[in-house]
Design a protein around this ligand. Structure first.
Ligand code: C2O
Length: 533
């Protein structure tokens, strides 16, 4: 095993995009940021220097952080963010996971531009990929672009109490492509050889939109999601929710030429909420293909094609290999968590609030971040009155939303099952899928469905043999998903909607996993751990 070391200088960078000059914040003046490539078993060390005027934490999305919860990078959950002009070294081991993950800022809308791929290859000397080794690998990072400074976009969202402004474009590897209104916008182009197989490592780093992705005349074989191998799944279109990753093989067996890859929004409620309906494009160019051949566009599903998205999400099954942990069958905590958004009153500081503000909750608990201390530090130091251990395991029978820093307490090794049920409480906000992401663990997705979860009929359909394994599940609007995981890592682990707009509204909860067989399993925080001010 090796040590993979990087330095990320997060600071301003001038960029011209969509015919607009702006300053954005990135790591090492790259959009997307640097790719971290490691092998399973390696140690990753990233020195983060905060040259931006904002406080900053970086989350290693999907990394288990076994006994290294201090490095999870979740602002106010596991640390208090790196202040401007300060730095912090994140260090963690990669144990028992392979595939495509990513890293992103986890303190504000900065994640729109502070993000990059985290690629984990099989350990040297092992059997390697469970599919023929690809000729080449191509990271594809899907994103969203605002002409306005994203921190101003976020401030506006807070002032109105509504969601942030719609992005100005979708991007592929930082570039919108040539279908945007502004001529001269950058196009991501990659050269490929004929009759070879490539592994696309696709990441949805978009802030608020679920996406479809296709490559003209190049069908995919999906082999992994969220750094978990799947049974090979053939499809022309991939649906991917913010936070998720998909690894897919493509074979370059089309006639030599240029082919568009395209990303477009899936949003079942586009009619009522006109989110970015643009399409980002990139180009697959066969070696030797003349530059002037017009590429052909893939047929994209419509923005409201619930069937195309559901077919992709629900068809995937996990690849079971010898030694993989089986689905645990004895459940210690069985939870029903209803979540959604509704209209709440304007908060006093919302000077531009238009009569109401949105509030989001899980089991009618709208998550409040603690002030001036992280939950993990509060747990470690035994600080009183920072959080309460009373997160409801089922929806409370009474209406009304409580605002609290409430956590769900479990013991090391406990098996937790959560029925995630999407509800739009006021019935006026339309429906959309919510990508629910759990820090620190992968979970099995036992079943998914539309409408209300039926506790009498649903369990008989649970896949306990080869369910898909994820860290982020797209729970369909008004529908449900059942997840199960073993809490084998002490710490404070965030579970939240990965639509960034819903996080400050409270669509989140925390699992407090208390020490196991040996007390004080979690070592003390690193010496340069970002303290609160
Ligand atoms: Cu990728 Cu808590 O986030």
């Amino acid at each position: 095993a090796a040590v993979v070391e990087h330095t990320f200088n997060v600071g301003g960078m001038n960029i011209s995009q969509l015919c607009t000059e702006s300053v954005i914040y990135t790591a090492n003046k790259q959009l997307p940021g640097p790719t971290i490539e490691a092998n399973e078993g390696d140690t990753v060390v990233v020195h983060v220097v905060n040259d931006s005027p904002y406080s900053l934490s970086i989350h290693w999305h999907g990394i288990f952080q076994l006994l290294s919860g201090w490095a999870d990078g979740a602002h106010l959950i596991t640390d208090c963010s790196i202040q401007p002009a300060a730095n912090f070294t994140y260090q963690f081991n990669i144990t028992g996971q392979e595939g495509t993950l990513w890293w992103h800022a986890h303190s504000s809308l900065l994640r729109a531009t502070v993000h990059g791929a985290l690629i984990i290859k099989p350990r040297n000397g092992t059997a390697g990929y469970p599919f023929p080794p690809p000729y080449g690998e191509i990271p594809i990072i899907l994103g969203e672009w605002w002409n306005k400074n994203v921190n101003d976009v976020e401030t506006d969202a807070h002032l109105t109490g509504l969601g942030p402004a719609i992005s100005d474009a979708l991007t592929i590897n930082g570039m919108p492509g040539d279908q945007t209104p502004c001529q001269g916008a950058g196009v991501y182009e990659v050269e490929v050889a004929s009759n070879e197989t490539y592994l696309l490592r696709i990441i949805n780093a978009a802030v608020n939109v679920e996406l479809f992705f296709s490559v003209s005349r190049h069908p995919f074989t999906v082999v992994a999601i969220d750094a978990s191998y799947t049974d090979p799944y053939a499809t022309d279109v991939i649906a991917i929710s913010p936070g998720q990753t998909v690894d897919a093989l493509v074979t370059t067996s089309a006639p030599p030429g240029r082919y568009y890859m395209a990303a477009s929004v899936f949003d079942s409620k586009t009619v009522s909420f006109p989110f970015n309906t643009g399409t980002a494009t990139g180009v697959f160019r066969y070696e030797g293909a003349p530059n002037d051949t017009a590429p052909s566009m893939p047929a994209m599903p419509s923005h409201t094609d619930v069937v195309a998205a559901g077919t992709f999400y629900w068809s995937l099954t996990g690849l079971v290999r010898p030694g993989d942990p089986p689905v645990p069958t004895a459940v210690n905590h069985s939870m029903l968590v209803e979540f959604g958004l509704e209209q709440g009153p304007c908060a006093p500081d919302q000077t531009r609030c238009q009569g109401f503000a949105l509030v989001a909750s899980m089991n009618r608990n709208s998550f409040q971040f603690p002030k001036n201390v992280s939950l993990l530090k509060a747990l470690f130091d035994g600080l009183p009155a920072v959080y309460s251990e009373d997160f409801p395991v089922t929806p409370p029978p009474v209406p009304g939303i409580r605002k609290a820093t409430s956590v769900m307490k479990v013991m090391y090794g406990d098996v937790v099952e959560v029925v995630l049920q999407s509800r739009e409480y006021s019935g006026v906000l339309g429906t959309e899928s919510h990508p629910i992401h759990l820090h620190g663990f992968n979970f099995f997705v036992l079943a998914q469905g539309l409408g209300p979860f039926d506790p009498t009929s649903a369990p008989s359909a649970y896949n306990l043999v080869n369910p898909q394994v994820r860290n982020t599940v797209a729970v369909p609007g008004g529908g449900w998903a059942v997840i199960r995981f073993t809490a084998n890592n002490p710490g404070m682990w965030f579970m939240h909607c990965h639509l960034d707009a819903h996080l400050p509204l409270g669509l989140a909860m925390v699992f407090e996993v208390l020490d196991g067989p040996a007390p004080n399993m979690l070592p003390p925080p690193p010496v340069d751990y970002p303290k609160c001010y």
